[in-house]
Design a binder for this molecule. Structure first.
Ligand code: FUB
Length: 449
């Protein structure tokens, strides 16, 4: 074969195998809210989650947080808020946004109010970006508060936008983020041609851009449109569609724009991971460009996405101490901070009696193998623990003596689609003596091809 033909063949193979979309291939995710936080070099993406096999939006129950520094290797920080953690809500954990404001991280989300069945905009707080988040209640003054997005202007003023069923509203928030200033409330609907739901506001060269999913008259699926204003609450001038129909898209689209490492990126969703199941969605990302007049250049969803890697890889990272809020449980063990160099807020210890345990929730889209890695310390000698995955005895795990925290890789384990409960408990066959400290577990995607 001629050298030039070989080069051509090789080039085409590598071009076709470059695929950083969908971004997360281990979980069905939608409604991405991307952010960069102060003093943090990571890109954060907060998402809703679609349950494998459901293919509808009605049973959505929880949110996840993801981070990366290279847009190829991602960390899934697990469940960050669930319907069960919100007293006032009964269903529909739909689109959300996140914000860093006055030393705390907030998740601004929507769920249907118990007994009423209408959307409220909830506020949950955490002192770390990866959560879990604790609900504080819902925003007063917002009715039908579906699809909230929060925007903090350069002067520190917080604004809330929300939209549902062909309508969109905005208002200034009070500084506790728990109520709007009623006198600032605006109905933006007539300014946003085709609007259906899902507003997102960002600023570019001094102008405010409101991007949103919309429907051209009586026609699904949703396309993405935008409008531009001189002030956050408008008036907005309608511009154009910037993500049109595309192959493998979901009935809905929804997303946000972020600038990371000098590049503007649009996060949105498709139905690529599920092979076209419209309501079983997957987060996508492509670069966003403006022309010289500040118009958004339409995005054509690409397989390549954000880079030149053959695929993205996500590791699920679950902190042992997170307990109920992250879908897990601490049974007769305690959270401690005595030994330093732990991840998160501490580590779990006091596995004194048979059945004392930690359980953690790992959620995935499809049955697959993951490498099981545990970070621990066992300063007084070898420790023995049993690991159950979905109530099945997996193996007895030996943790060699280690005076400081270290990771140990126990090799592949199998996870099923949906919820997997991973329980680490004091071994009955060879009880552990001395101090054992469990910091976190990691489940690293394994690709078989
Ligand atoms: O994910 C549930 C709902 O679908 C969102 O709240 C809407 O914006 C649409 O994406």
């Amino acid at each position: 074969m001629k050298k030039s033909l070989l080069v051509l063949l090789f080039t085409s193979v590598s071009v076709f195998s470059i695929a950083q979309n969908p971004v997360f291939t281990h979980l069905f995710t939608a409604d991405p809210a991307p952010h960069v936080w102060p003093n943090d070099d990571r890109l954060w993406v907060y998402t809703t989650r679609d349950e494998p096999g459901s293919n509808n939006h009605y049973g959505m129950t929880d949110y996840h947080a993801f981070s990366t520094t290279d847009m190829v290797n991602w960390t899934d920080h697990g469940r960050i808020l669930h319907l069960d953690n919100v007293d006032w809500a009964e269903s529909h954990a739909w689109a959300m946004d996140a914000v860093y404001y006055r030393d705390h991280y907030y998740l601004i989300y929507c769920m249907k109010e118990a007994g009423i069945g209408l959307f409220r905009t909830g506020v949950a707080r955490s002192d770390v970006p990866e959560g879990p988040f604790t609900d504080l209640g819902y925003v007063k003054g917002v009715e039908f508060g579906q699809d909230p997005a929060i925007f903090i202007d350069d002067d520190g003023t917080p604004y809330l936008f929300w939209g549902h069923d062909r309508k969109c509203f905005g208002a200034e928030l009070n500084s506790d983020l728990m109520s709007i200033k009623p006198e600032t409330y605006v109905d933006l609907t007539s300014q946003l041609t085709h609007v259906f739901e899902g507003p997102w506001v960002h600023k570019y060269k001094g102008k405010y851009y409101l991007t949103y999913p919309g429907l051209t008259p009586r026609r699904w699926p949703e396309k993405m449109f935008y409008a531009v204003a001189d002030k956050p609450l408008g008036p907005y001038e309608f511009k154009d569609c910037f993500i049109d129909d595309f192959e493998g898209q979901s009935g809905t689209n929804h997303g946000g724009i972020v600038t990371y490492k000098g590049k503007d990126i649009m996060f949105y969703h498709s139905a690529w991971l599920s092979g076209g199941l419209s309501e079983t969605r997957s987060v996508m990302a492509d670069y966003l460009h403006y022309d010289k007049d500040g118009n958004i250049i339409p995005i054509v969803p690409s397989k390549k996405g954000l880079g030149n890697a053959n695929r993205t890889k996500t590791t699920i990272h679950l902190e042992a101490e997170n307990g109920f809020a992250a879908g897990g449980k601490l049974y007769n063990v305690i959270v401690d901070t005595y030994m330093k160099d732990y991840g998160g807020k501490g580590y779990v210890t006091n596995f004194d009696n048979p059945y004392d345990h930690v359980s953690m929730l790992a959620q995935v889209a499809k049955p697959a193998k993951y490498r099981f890695i545990v970070r621990y310390a066992s300063p007084e000698g070898e420790s023995n623990h049993d690991v159950l995955i979905n109530s099945h005895q997996y193996r007895e795990f030996k943790f060699p003596k280690s005076e400081t925290f270290r990771e140990i890789d126990f090799g592949p384990v199998e996870l099923k689609a949906g919820d997997n409960i991973i329980r680490i408990l004091r071994s009955n066959w060879k009880p552990t003596k001395g101090y054992f400290a469990l910091d976190y577990i990691k489940l690293e995607q394994i690709f078989e091809d």
